[in-house]
Design a protein around this ligand. Structure first.
Ligand SMILES: [Zn+2]
Length: 106
């Protein structure tokens, strides 16, 4: 079973035990609406856990000036200075601005 579905099943089990007494009343339009919204939200959570987007942040240097000064431009719109080497040579794995995995020209 996929990780996201297993997580939600565990939640449902715990929630169901707590809510058993109050869920036996007749369904109303409001309850059905909320139920459908909850179903959509649950599916979004399953999708996000099972298929996380592969986010990357591209770090690059624009020409000699950047290379000489150790300036790296990030694809999320920031810049960062390294005194020596590339992000990879400095063991940097994730962008400190957006949190995505760093992809740089080495
Ligand atoms: Zn970034």
């Amino acid at each position: 079973m996929a990780k996201g579905q297993a997580l939600l099943d565990a939640y449902d089990y715990a929630h169901g035990r707590m809510d058993y007494a109050v869920t036996t009343s007749a369904p109303t339009e409001e309850k059905v609406k909320r139920g459908n919204a909850l179903k959509e939200a649950r599916q979004a959570v399953i999708d996000a856990i099972d298929n996380p987007p592969a986010r990357t942040c591209k770090w690059s240097q624009d020409g000699y000036y950047d290379e000489d000064n150790g300036k790296w431009n990030t694809s999320c719109g920031e810049s960062f200075y390294l005194s020596d080497g590339t992000p990879n040579e400095n063991s940097m794995k994730f962008c400190p601005f957006c949190g995505a995995r760093i992809e740089s020209e080495d």
